[in-house]
Ligand binder design. Structure first.
Ligand SMILES: Cc1cc2nc3c(=O)[nH]c(=O)nc-3n(C[C@H](O)[C@H](O)[C@H](O)COP(=O)(O)OP(=O)(O)OC[C@H]3O[C@@H](n4cnc5c(N)ncnc54)[C@H](O)[C@@H]3O)c2cc1C
Length: 424
């Protein structure tokens, strides 16, 4: 069996590593001319860290990321409303990582090259379409100048070509662009001193004005002062339904578009305005997703990662769900009697699971505690218990965990998706 993977992002590279571990030959075709460490921070949840651990990557994750210790919700003044442990600190067998997306992509890329050779990833190949003839699928490509390149034939083509997937458009030509949420995210990284535990992920504010922040890289101390690379997101909601900007992860943002809303936020333990001003670069992203697709499979072509289920970057699902897709697909291909039955098993498990998560990311999530406090005490409070009793805070957190399937016992006891490598 030979598999062609379109897109060398988190999903495509994890698919390559998982197929290789299962003894299935594959090759990745990436549109950009070079795999570069792009993006800012992301979180990888315990269920997907488990999958990367089974691919032998845990020590490398530890070398580049930070084990997330806790999740903290605060008001716009920095008063802490809720805190809960995460990953191994919460009792999961695997950690949660806060990490630079580019570092994770390079980690996966380096592992692919080490294990499968330099030729395993071909760059400068933008897939335009997949055609099929019985049990063969053929991917068609152009280079950066739009010039046609030789085709690649395979028993199966996996389209992991991201939120603007050309192959998803081929599947569903009338779908149109991703759906904008009326929210804009300004994302950046800043070198600063550690805050709270030094491994805390924190959210502050309320529904239409939110600040998210977590460290993603440990740095050398400076003059004896500890330093970290801190990832932050400033989020604003707008009334207009006109799309503000294209969904381009690399589009640079302007401070004047959002700074006035956050400049004066000073928690004592973090000065938000200073954090924004000291940023290395600021990127603007209109928070968008796609409605669930009716199917991810057409003959010998299958969607994976954002191409299958682009979601809001809320609840740390983007990279985590792509990793889970990759592992499930490789497991199904290695254990099912036919490619067709493997694709059916993959779709039957992953499509409904991600559609449910997508619905959750669109609804009010666990950060509802912030909104409740803002509504009830916008000017501040002396006693949080009188504004939002602990029982109510606990109920909000518990409701989300149940719906999102973050059940610790289930994950800790779930059988492995690793397969015994075929020697044939
Ligand atoms: C440059 C970049 C920066 C990002 N930054 C962030 C971030 O800061 N925070 C965040 O939450 N998420 C970010 N994301 C999205 C995040 O990586 C994904 O949501 C998640 O990891 C799912 O991974 P994926 O492999 O499905 O998609 P992606 O990681 O988006 O990877 C898709 C890959 O396919 C390639 N590609 C696209 N079209 C074609 C084509 N036609 N043919 C061949 N290859 C193609 C792309 O160049 C990319 O390498 C970023 C994505 C990209 C591409």
């Amino acid at each position: 069996m030979h598999i062609v993977i379109l897109g060398g992002g988190i999903g495509g590279l994890t698919t390559a590593l998982s197929l290789h571990a299962a003894g299935i030959a594959c090759k990745v075709y990436e549109a950009t001319t070079e795999i570069k460490p792009l993006g800012v921070g992301i979180n990888v949840l315990p269920h997907s860290v488990r999958e990367l651990t089974e691919l032998g990557l845990l020590p490398r994750l530890d070398a580049i990321g930070i084990r997330t210790e806790e999740l903290v919700y605060a008001t716009k003044r920095g008063e802490i409303i809720w805190r809960e442990p995460r990953g191994t600190f919460a009792g999961y067998r695997w950690p949660q990582f806060s990490i630079h997306r580019g570092d994770l992509q390079m980690l996966l890329f380096d592992a692919v090259v080490e294990r499968m050779g330099q030729d395993a990833v071909v760059t400068g190949h933008r897939a335009t379409a997949v055609t099929q003839d019985g049990a063969r699928a053929t991917a068609h490509f152009v280079d950066v100048a739009g010039k046609a390149l030789p085709d690649a034939g395979a028993d199966l083509v996996v389209a992991s070509d991201g939120i603007h997937s050309a192959i998803r458009t081929q599947f569903f030509p009338n779908e149109g662009p991703p759906v904008w949420s009326k929210r804009i995210l300004w994302r950046g990284t800043t070198v600063a001193k550690p805050f709270l535990t030094g491994a805390s992920m924190m959210l502050a504010g309320y529904a239409w004005k939110k600040w998210v922040c977590y460290p993603i890289r440990q740095l050398e101390s400076e003059n004896g002062e500890p330093r970290q690379l801190i990832n932050w997101i400033a989020e604003l909601t707008f009334d207009s339904t006109d799309l503000h900007a294209p969904q381009d992860w690399n589009r640079l943002g302007k401070l004047e578009d959002f700074m006035p809303d956050f400049e004066k936020w000073n928690f004592g333990w973090m000065h938000v305005g200073k954090m924004i001003r000291d940023a290395q670069a600021v990127y603007e992203y209109p928070m968008s997703d796609r409605n669930p697709a009716p199917t991810w499979v057409q003959g010998r072509c299958v969607l994976l990662g954002d191409a299958a289920h682009a979601m809001y970057p809320i609840g740390s699902n983007g990279a985590s769900q792509a990793i889970l897709d990759a592992r499930k697909l490789a497991h199904a291909l290695a254990t099912q009697p036919t490619i067709e039955s493997a694709l059916a098993a993959y779709e039957a498990e992953r499509l409904p699971a991600t559609a449910k998560l997508l619905e959750l990311t669109r609804a009010e999530g666990p950060d509802a505690v912030m909104q409740r406090v803002e509504e009830r005490a916008p000017g501040g409070f002396d006693d949080l218990e009188k504004v939002l009793p602990l029982a109510e805070r606990e109920a909000i957190a518990a409701r989300y965990k149940l719906a999102a399937g973050f059940d610790m016992q289930t994950l800790n006891g779930k059988p492995s998706l690793s397969v015994i490598r075929s020697t044939g």
